[in-house]
Design a protein. Sequence first.
Length: 351
Amino acid sequence: MIDPALTPVLADALMVQGKATFGPIVPRKDSEPVLAQMRRARSFVFDRQASYRMGEIAAYDPDLIADAMEFARVPYPSTFVEWDPMAYLDALEDAGLAVNRQENKMLDTRVGFLFTDKWLRSAVLGADGLATWHPMIYRWHQPMTRAQEQQFCDAFECTRILIDQWFWGSVYTVLDPTRRRSMRAMHGIEIPEVYRSKPGVMRSLLEVGAGAGDFKAAILASLLLIRPNLTRVIHERKPGRKLHRGTPKRFMASTVVTINMKADTTRKRIIAAAKDEAHASKTRWHEVRGHYVHNHEARTNGCSHDWQQVEPNRWECGHEGCKGKRTWRTYPEGKGSAQIGYVSKHYVMKG
């Protein structure tokens, strides 16, 4: 039976508590889009070991995050990722970095991020079981604008240099000046209108460090998730409904993952993957034909295969003992960069 500590406790709390996870001053027009995306999201949970590995990579190789973050993506259009913040901070501390263990930070038992194609929102779970969405809106892969910088400085009553410190957290001190600025050169932060007139609220967050450095950890988590060979699945849960205090509540599908590899091995694989992506991005844009992809067992075990569809565009062999899988893969947007040219292909079928 799976350890209850490994279940998506933050994701479940956010689903159950709904609108109550936002502050009372947050209007419905701001909260409902987040709740709607959460209802359709797929959840991933990093166990304590994976959370500690994330902290090791962040502590020893923040340059890696800065250099590879342009390739950060998530497996599903709406993806929620949560991890153990205490294990993550333990790794930073073990690496000799100063971490903020203010009382309220100690009480955060889970930290999570909801990823969509346009924005990210972070949330925390307190020891009292109450989940809370952070007011900050992160705009990933959208460089920070001057207006957003001014919003941040006004809300936090600070200078622009604190923007970079907020993005990177405790690893800011070990980065070179160029990489310190790289985060806001690629990603933005937006302060909701309801908080822009309340600098005292935001300033209190800055003083206790709540949320500082979390976005960097979220980017690292996404880099790990899109490379399945870097993680191992411990447990999967299908979406469904169950009673909570007598009321049926919907719970999302979730996957609990760990990282068995040592931190240095994980870092090397991320670096290699980033280099591959960088090389691919330098090729001219070209169409890619849809094609079937088979796993190693399907290609090598000699089975004749009786393909049974298990999901749209996914099949598994029905023969006993065969672990063959087949997937139909398409690239509707092609591959490569249109900025350096196009490749036109013509296919000729010969009898």
